[in-house]
Design a protein around this ligand. Structure first.
Ligand SMILES: [Zn+2]
Length: 92
């Protein structure tokens, strides 16, 4: 039981995709950060990819969209630190 989930901050382009979804279990989504050391749901490492809320609404399951909406509404001060290793952002 972990009460505090540590995160890697993720740099996202302004206006670009900033919701990080676990592509392995498709059940976790975080805004501009990824849980460390691995996905709390499936324990996948480097399984997170960045998407926009619109994209998640397109293909996401209802619980995922709900989580994405919550994450999207979250307001956090931008943190500049090391980016998660091996994380590839689809910011094209
Ligand atoms: Zn996962």
């Amino acid at each position: 039981m972990t009460e505090h989930q540590p995160f890697w901050p993720v740099d996202c382009e302004e206006g670009g995709p900033e919701l990080l979804v676990c592509m392995s279990c498709l059940s976790e989504v975080f805004k501009r950060k990824v849980p460390m050391p691995d996905c709390p749901a499936c324990h996948g490492v480097s399984t997170y990819e960045a998407f926009t809320l619109e994209a998640i609404r397109d293909w996401g399951t209802e619980p995922l969209i709900e989580k994405a909406l919550k994450a999207h509404a979250e307001v956090e001060p931008p943190v500049r630190a090391t980016q998660a290793p091996g994380l590839e952002l689809s910011a094209e």
